[in-house]
Every structure is written in C-alpha cells, then in structure tokens.
Ligand binder design. Structure first.
Ligand SMILES: C[S@@+](CC[C@H](N)C(=O)[O-])C[C@H]1O[C@@H](n2cnc3c(N)ncnc32)[C@H](O)[C@@H]1O
Length: 225
C-alpha cells in the first residue's frame, strides 16, 4: 500500500480525549497515515463524487467550515488540521447536522503535494494561519513560495485561494512570496471589513476576536488563470 514512510507530524505520547474519540468519526475523519491512499481520488470519500473539491487549511474550531458546508451543498469541502482537538470540533459540527459534503483530515498542510494529484483541487481557504512573528520563527510560516507553487499545480484552472490574516507582517511577507508564483492577484484589501468585499465576507472565530479589538483584517485572493 502507498502509505507514508514516516510520520510527518509530531507523535502524541499520551493520546488526548480527542484522539480517543476518533473511532466515532470513521468515514468523517481521515488520518495522516492513510492520506496518500486517497491521492487523486479524494472525491470518492464523499457521497456525491461529482461535486467540486474545495479545501480549508487550518480549520480551528470549524466555525467557517460549518458555514461553508451548510451553504454550499453542491460542493465538497475537505478540512485539513494539524491538531486533533480542532479537527474533531470541526467535523463534529457537520456530523451532527448529518451533512455529508464536509470531511476532515489530520495532516500537516506543508506536505500537501504528497497527498493530492495535480489539478485535483478547486477553491482553497486559508484563514488566519499561525503568523510566527519572531524572526527566528519565520521559517515555520506555511505560505512560502514553494508551498504556494505546490498549491498552484494542485488546483484546477479558474479556481482561487482565499487568504485572510490579522498580521500585517505576514501579509506583506506573503504578498512578496506570491510574486514568485504564477498566481494572479484577484482581490486585495488591507482592511477587509471596510472594503467592497465585506458584504460577502463570513467572519471566522479568530477574525471575530481581532475585529472586536478594531484590528484591520488583511485579505487576498489569488486566482489560477
Ligand atoms: C490561528 S488558527 C485559525 C483557525 C481558523 N482558520 C480561524 O480563522 O478561526 C490556525 C489553525 O491552523 C492549524 N494549523 C497550523 N499549522 C498547520 C499546518 N501546517 N497544517 C494544518 N493545520 C495547521 C492550527 O492547528 C490552528 O487550528
């Protein structure tokens, strides 16, 4: 079988309660070790296999994930999360509603090129990724040119990547990185909530926290033309 040769993420020596809950989420949550088995055929994990396949990276507590799944029944959404707790919190929301167009995957998104085929993905949502603000932490940032170039090749033409952050420093960093990719910048705002895009914006959990503190939200959409 085409399993991963090594674990790409940290092992948890003492499984937390969320790890113990995983058997309840069979056919809802997929794990790192089995992820490569679905390469090129992720649509088959969903009931409706002919729908577009969108991806959310870093779902947190799943507030946006639930909104997106509920309001887009004609699309499938796979949520990738590094941590078990937010992953279970995310998938629990749609399982309770018995919505079958949203599924979860425990995986380190840094390695997505190992688990998706070229042009397998439709739209991608990356909201408030960890900003790693200190200089010595910059290497941990997910949205670097190599990752963005991988995403570009994994997406179908005319699809987009949506990115929001509260960190001006991360936003400027990514604005520079994206210049080293073939993506076209389709949308750009340094204050999303006061922009023309505000009316169609749905606030994530982290976004609400920053918004309450009157911090501007930075937003970009890149399109694969
Ligand atoms: C700051 S939270 C934002 C959560 C949510 N998107 C929101 O806006 O409320 C970032 C999330 O990304 C997840 N994460 C961080 N690095 C990741 C990676 N390499 N792969 C997948 N998920 C990751 C974290 O576990 C966390 O849940």
């Amino acid at each position: 079988m085409n399993r991963l040769p090594i674990s790409l993420t940290r092992q948890i020596p003492n499984p937390n309660i969320y790890v113990k809950m995983l058997p309840e989420y069979k056919n809802w949550i997929y794990l790192e070790e089995e992820a490569p088995l679905h390469k090129g055929k992720w649509v088959d994990v969903f009931n409706e296999t002919r729908l577009p396949l969108d991806l959310e990276i870093g779902c947190g507590n799943g507030f946006f994930f639930e909104h997106q799944v509920r309001n887009n029944l004609s699309r499938n959404l796979l949520g990738i999360e590094l941590k078990y707790k937010p992953l279970v919190q995310t998938v629990r929301r749609v399982k309770r509603l018995n919505l079958t167009n949203g599924k979860g995957l425990r995986f380190n998104a840094q390695f997505i090129n190992l688990i998706f085929e070229k042009e397998e993905l439709d739209n991608v949502y990356i909201y408030f990724p960890d900003p790693w603000p200190k200089t010595r932490q910059l290497k941990n940032r997910l949205l670097r040119r190599e990752f963005l170039n991988n995403l570009f090749s994994l997406q179908k033409t005319d699809c987009f990547v949506d990115f929001k952050t509260d960190s001006k420093n991360y936003f400027d960093f990514v604005s520079d990185e994206v210049k080293f990719t073939p993506f076209a910048v389709g949308r750009y705002s340094e204050d999303l909530h006061k922009s023309n895009f505000a009316s169609e914006n749905f606030m994530t959990s982290f976004e609400k926290i920053f918004s309450k503190k009157n911090q501007p939200i930075y937003y970009m959409r890149w399109v694969k033309t």
